[in-house]
Design a protein. Structure first.
Length: 86
């Protein structure tokens, strides 16, 4: 028991410092190919808009088949107001 009380504060501090890293694991930092490579950062807003406008059920982009991914990128390029090539 003495050993546990000796290391408990260090383990609690380690857990507190590690928590933000584990939680931020949900953030997506990926590159996708459409036939150009794009950073996915910030793309989620457009992807959710595409799902809504085209009446697709929500699924992660990586789980969509190649045809649906192509449909998304075709839609995305036609809705690119700033001609942003990423």
């Amino acid at each position: 028991m003495h050993i546990l009380s000796k290391y408990l504060p260090a383990m609690a501090l380690s857990a507190a410092l590690a928590a933000p890293l584990l939680i931020s694991g949900c953030a997506v930092h990926a590159r996708v190919y459409d036939p150009d490579y794009h950073n996915w950062d910030g793309e989620t807003v457009y992807y959710n808009q595409w799902e809504t406008e085209t009446h697709h059920e929500h699924r992660d982009f990586k789980d969509r088949n190649k045809d649906e991914q192509k449909q998304y990128w075709d839609w995305r390029h036609s809705h690119d107001k700033d001609n942003d090539k990423h």
